[in-house]
Design a protein around this ligand. Structure first.
Ligand code: FRU
Length: 465
């Protein structure tokens, strides 16, 4: 009997050893346990210098359901502390995505500097918008007893994002309504008036529009619209439109009308929205690092999903009055204490052993381009690899994860994602790797690509040729 027990124990140890990757991110926010999707209600408390993040959470399972706003805070966007749930479901429905604002002038009457969350109640009969307020800086919320504050008779009507309109001295809301967004105005966050709709004639429409945001730059506005399915590489993705918000309508720039602009060219970048009240007028966004195609079956244990690193977005004029969003890792990550590699490829094959702690590292590569494609391989001793290719012939940058490790948990996971290769003779690449994710920034954020990978052993070799 003892022999059988010992044998059984040995088999278990062997099986566990065969795949000891925990896939628990080291410097990304992930839920301690169970399910997470969209980041919600993010705001920066500029008195206490705290970033607040709420998120779609299922307290009872590692798959979607029982949607609740869970809560985490950080002082550096790297280390996150979890707090008790902020808003939980009740008889009006589950708590879907939304935003939060600091009501500095007490427009809603909940008290000066109350944090007001604006979210969607979802139940079988439909979706409606509601509010809840916090008088302790965002830790505990009271639901407003006049809820809901906004209803409509369409099925998909959700994800309100509220911003202050300085010119009109009122609140504006953008929310997703089927395959368009709608704008509303309010003086008190409780009574909302319809202003306009945008989107039927623009962008991609292969799925439902979700989680919109309006990011206000000095003389331009960027409307973020997440779409699922119908994203650039299938399933979920984030598109954006550049134009002007005139207080009533979002007027898209003529030069931006005929293309779809993607904020990220990977498969795992969704539900991207910005922090309210970020310091120094920064535009800081977070994305949920997954894709609805397979989010519920990814092989993490005890938890599912993580958020991207925070990113500061910048709007850059490209000539001829056209604009492009540049997406930078937020400056906070300059303090990240992880192994980093700086390498230059000048046309001679290059090999570098990686000693990163279990796939926690940052690669900074300068790649000189000639006439031939350049291949950058990250691999392990189990023949699992990710291949990045800069191809000057087709002007594309691609990431192939078809042999990256565990891929067959879903038919849509094994994929090659591609993006336009920036012009020029050199490509600068910064790659943040964290256990099961790769976030790639090309030429200071001209292109970003965010993808999950699940190797069964850390990639410990980098080859460029
Ligand atoms: C986007 C989304 C939102 C919705 C939430 C529900 O991922 O579908 O539109 O509010 O997730 O969890």
């Amino acid at each position: 009997m003892r022999l059988i027990k010992t044998f059984f124990l040995l088999v278990c140890c062997f099986l566990m050893g065969a795949c000891k990757m925990s896939y628990r991110p080291a410097y990304h926010h992930s839920p301690q346990q169970n399910w997470m999707n969209d980041p919600n209600g993010m705001f920066y408390d500029d008195v206490n210098h705290i970033w607040h993040l709420y998120y779609q959470h299922n307290p009872f399972a590692t798959t979607w359901g029982n949607m609740t706003w869970a809560h985490a805070t950080s002082t550096d966007l790297i280390h996150w502390e979890e707090h008790p749930f902020a808003i939980t479901p009740d008889s009006l429905g589950d708590i879907f995505s939304g935003s939060a604002v600091i009501d500095k002038n007490n427009t809603a009457g909940f008290g000066e500097n109350a944090v007001v969350a604006i979210f969607t109640y979802s139940e079988r009969k439909g979706q409606m918008q509601a509010i809840a307020y916090s008088n302790d800086g965002g830790y505990t919320f009271t639901k407003y007893d006049g809820n809901p504050v906004l209803t409509a008779d369409i099925k998909d009507f959700r994800d309100p994002k509220v911003f202050w309109n300085e010119v009109d001295q009122q609140w504006n809301m953008v929310l997703a309504a089927g395959q368009e967004v709608r704008f509303y105005a309010s003086s008190n966050l409780k009574d909302w008036t319809y202003l306009s709709s945008f989107g039927t004639d623009y962008g991609c429409h292969g799925g439902v529009w979700e989680c919109p945001d309006l990011i206000r730059f000095d003389n331009k506005d960027v409307l973020i619209v997440n779409i699922n399915p119908g994203g650039i590489h299938g399933g979920s993705a984030t598109q954006y439109f550049v134009g002007n918000w005139d207080g009533e309508n979002f007027v898209i720039d003529p030069s931006q009308r005929h293309n779809t602009y993607w904020m990220d060219y990977g498969k795992d970048h969704y539900a991207t929205v910005s922090f309210h009240n970020a310091p120094d007028n920064r535009k800081v966004v977070l994305a949920w690092m997954s894709n609805w195609q397979y989010a519920e079956v990814v092989p993490t244990k005890g938890f599912r999903s993580q958020n991207s690193i925070a990113r500061d977005v910048e709007l850059v004029q490209q000539g001829d009055n056209s604009y492009r969003l540049y997406v930078h890792p937020s400056p906070e990550y300059a303090n990240l204490d992880i192994p980093a590699y700086d390498l230059s490829y000048t046309g001679h094959p290059l090999t570098q052993k990686l000693s990163g702690r279990d796939m926690v590292e940052c690669l900074r590569l300068k790649v000189q381009l000639g006439a031939e494609p350049v291949s950058i391989m990250l691999s392990n001793s189990k023949d699992e690899y990710v291949e990045l290719v800069c191809d000057p012939v087709t002007h594309t940058f691609s990431m192939d994860r078809t042999h990256s490790g565990l891929v067959d948990f879903h038919p849509n996971f094994a994929a090659v994602t591609s993006a336009p290769l920036p012009d020029g003779e050199e490509v600068d690449m910064v790659i943040y790797i964290d256990r099961c994710s790769m976030e790639i920034f090309l030429n200071d954020g001209y292109v970003t690509m965010t993808n999950l990978v699940f190797p069964t052993k850390p990639y410990n070799l980098l080859t460029i040729k």
